[in-house]
Structure formats: structure tokens, C-alpha cells
Ligand binder design. Structure first.
Ligand SMILES: CC(C)(COP(=O)(O)OP(=O)(O)OC[C@H]1O[C@@H](n2cnc3c(N)ncnc32)[C@H](O)[C@@H]1OP(=O)(O)O)[C@@H](O)C(=O)NCCC(=O)NCCS
Ligand SMILES: [Zn+2]
Length: 359
């Protein structure tokens, strides 16, 4: 589930700074008990695979949080406790509730956004978000020339995709203003909402480039479609992904090997940083010098699995640092905590050489 409120309540994550990224640093001060018992260092998630919208006009909505009308969830078995029973001889009173039925909430199966059905503003917000997530946004070539500070550069043209169509890749200054800047901020907002991640800060945008994959419009409109977007940003350090052997405790210097009889045996992953427990993605805590981070990558669902994300990542690695192409397989690029599809993409692109950094 994704709500605007749930996003803002999340602990903001820091960019990796030159010298201070360590396993201790990335642990939130107050860690859940389960995590402490598990001896794991855990990276605070920025992106989630599933997300929820609440329209700006609605009360914050959360599956597990308090209900909008303050009503409480009934126990499943429906039995009442002693204190709930009426005293003998008195007629049982019935508590009447003015219940806002949660069935008005709808989660769209196409864009996975949850919104209040029947609320006009919610419906409108959902419709435009849904269209952007599925089919992408329009792009006008004229705007490229109209915005001077955008520093648009065409990286590649005639880039062939798996389905035979071809498009072009451009890069833009992430802080561009004017018409183009407002188009970019709508795009970045859509991506953040889709990923349930906080907006990228001004400090991050200042050192970032936006890479867009543009396809000619099917409807012979005088514009193109933004069929993919990757943000590349300047970072200083990131962590290497641990090998399966390290995760299983056979790696050199694992915690299991170092433990003595005096101390209880922590799991082998004790010194590793847990990026995603579901997928057993662990990193070594040492901060390693890394020049480029990919905090966001997004392809609208209508254009997925055609190689667009790979083309965008290639373009970013080739051009982000002028005159110095970067190689993800040699640890020169890092992702923030990836989603499930982001992890599959990351592994396809850079094997286990891609690093992880904290946004
Ligand atoms: C992740 C995402 C950007 C991938 O874009 P894409 O253009 O479909 O990716 P590509 O076609 O370039 O995929 C390249 C390879 O990555 C892997 N991959 C990509 N998406 C995958 C998925 N959903 N499941 C499994 N593997 C996937 C595959 O190995 C794929 O090669 P293949 O199609 O030959 O099997 C896209 O699914 C997306 O926008 N998802 C929603 C946002 C998101 O999760 N972003 C990642 C944030 S870290
Ligand atoms: Zn939708």
C-alpha cells in the first residue's frame, strides 16, 4: 500500500558521503527487535515494490494505521471479552458507528495506486498518474531548444529495441527550469510516487543528469513519448555486494569464523549490511570510492522488457563523467536499494559488480 503519509513518515536517507559510510552509519538509531536479534545491519528501504496513493484531499490512509473514522478492527473470532459484556439485568446497548467503509478505497490493478473511489480529485489524480505509469508522457522536441539551461544533449539516435522499433536517448541537466523543467518535475514526481520513494533533494538534483529514452509517437503526433528514464547522480562511495559464499558464512573473515566460545555465535551475515532480506541481498559495509549512482530508473509498463532500461544505463555509464566511460562490472556504478525488477535489471547489466549506496 502506498500513501503520501507513509512516504513522509519514512526516515529520510542520506547520500553517501565521501568518508563516513559504514555499517554502523546506515543502521537507524532505533532498530526493530527482530532486526537486533537477527544481528543484521539493515539498510533503510527507500523504494518499495508496492505502493499506495492517497489523494491530497483525503485523510492519510494506511492499511495498518488508524482508520479514518477512528473505529477499531473487531477481533476475528467475534467473541467479546469480560469487560465488554453488559452487566446482568441491564439491556444491552448497541454501539452505533458512523463508519467510512474502507471499500471506497480502490487499488488500481494497472498502476497499483490506492485512492478514494468517488472523490473527484482522487479519481482525476489517479487517471493522470495511471496513464503516465502505463503509457509514458509526451515530449516535444521544440522544448529542448526553448530551455537554455537544460543542456540537452543527444546521446544516441536510431537505438534499436527488441521489438524492432527505434528511438533516441538524450540527457538533460536535472535542474533545468522553464517548460522542460516542469515536465521533468512531473516525471520525477510520477516515478517517486510509483516507487513510494521520497523526492530527490535539490542537492542530489544539482549533481544529476536525467537520461530519457524517446520513441516516436504511434499516433503521428508532432511529439515523442518518454519511454524510459534513468537518473544518474554523482556519489562518492558505495558498498560492494557480498558474494553468496560470504552470505552463507564461508567467506573469508566471516563473523562465524571469528567468533569464540565466550561470545554467542552471531550469524555469518553479522558484519554485512542487509539491503533486502527477501532477496538475501547483502553488502560489505566498507565504503568504496564510486563515481556514479542510479537513484531512479523507470520504464512505463507498455514499454517494459524491450531493453530500454539497459540502453539508458549504458548511455549514463558512457557519458556521465565526461571522457571517462564507467564500467558497472568493475564496481564503478551503484544503485540505491533496488526493487525486485530493479535488482534483476541491475544483475543483468553489471552482474555482481554493481554496488549499493544509501540515498
Ligand atoms: C526495472 C525496470 C526499469 C526495467 O525496465 P525494462 O526496460 O523493462 O528493462 P529491460 O528490458 O532493459 O530489461 C533488461 C533485463 O533486466 C531483467 N529484468 C528487467 N525487468 C525484469 C523483471 N520485471 N523481472 C525479471 N527480470 C527483469 C531481465 O534480465 C531483462 O532482460 P530480458 O528481458 O532479456 O530477460 C522497469 O521494470 C520498471 O520501471 N519498473 C518499475 C520501477 C522500478 O522498479 N524501478 C527500479 C528501481 S531500482
Ligand atoms: Zn491505475
Amino acid at each position: 500500500m502506498r500513501t503520501y503519509s507513509s512516504r513522509s513518515s519514512r526516515v529520510p536517507l542520506r547520500s553517501s558521503s565521501p568518508s563516513d559510510l559504514s555499517s554502523q552509519d546506515v543502521i537507524p538509531k532505533k532498530r526493530p527487535l527482530a532486526e537486533r536479534l537477527a544481528f543484521h545491519n539493515t539498510l533503510q528501504p527507500v523504494k518499495r515494490a508496492r505502493r499506495t496513493i492517497a489523494a491530497s484531499v483525503s485523510a492519510p490512509i494506511s492499511k495498518t494505521g488508524p482508520r479514518p473514522n477512528g473505529s477499531k478492527v473487531k477481533p476475528r473470532n467475534g467473541r467479546k471479552g469480560k469487560e465488554d459484556r453488559p452487566p446482568k439485568g441491564r439491556a444491552a446497548l448497541t454501539q452505533l458507528h458512523f463508519a467510512l467503509d474502507s471499500s471506497v478505497l480502490r487499488t488500481c490493478p494497472l498502476c497499483d495506486l490506492t485512492y478514494t473511489k468517488g472523490a473527484p480529485e482522487d479519481e482525476t489524480l489517479h487517471r493522470s498518474h495511471c496513464a503516465r505509469v502505463r503509457r509514458g508522457m509526451q515530449w516535444r522536441r521544440d522544448d529542448e531548444r526553448a530551455t537554455a539551461d537544460a543542456q540537452v544533449s543527444e546521446i544516441a539516435t536510431g537505438v534499436k529495441l527488441k521489438d524492432g522499433k527505434s528511438g533516441r536517448v538524450i540527457s538533460i541537466n536535472a535542474e533545468a527550469g522553464g517548460k522542460l523543467g516542469s515536465k521533468l518535475s512531473t516525471l520525477l514526481h510520477t516515478i517517486s510516487l510509483h516507487l513510494s520513494s521520497p523526492p530527490l533533494t535539490r542537492d542530489v538534483l544539482r549533481v544529476s543528469k536525467v537520461y530519457l529514452f524517446l520513441l516516436p509517437s504511434d499516433r503521428s503526433l508532432p511529439c515523442e513519448i518518454i519511454a524510459g528514464c534513468a537518473i544518474a547522480t554523482h556519489i562518492t562511495t558505495a558498498m560492494a555486494i557480498a558474494s553468496p559464499a560470504e552470505v552463507q558464512g564461508q567467506g573469508q573473515g566471516s563473523a562465524t569464523e571469528r567468533s569464540t566460545e565466550a561470545s554467542p555465535l552471531p550469524p555469518a551475515t553479522a558484519r554485512l549490511v542487509s539491503v533486502d532480506t527477501n532477496s538475501s541481498l547483502f553488502c560489505r559495509p566498507e565504503p568504496l570510492s564510486t563515481p556514479m549512482g542510479i537513484p531512479r530508473v523507470f520504464v512505463p509498463s507498455a514499454f517494459q522488457r524491450r531493453g530500454i532500461a539497459l540502453r539508458l544505463l549504458d548511455a549514463a555509464a558512457a557519458t556521465f563523467v565526461h571522457g571517462c566511460p564507467l564500467n558497472p562490472r568493475r564496481g564503478e556504478v551503484a544503485f540505491t536499494q533496488p526493487t525486485a525488477s530493479g535488482k534483476a535489471l541491475m544483475e543483468k547489466w553489471g552482474g555482481r559488480g554493481v554496488r549499493i549506496y544509501q540515498e
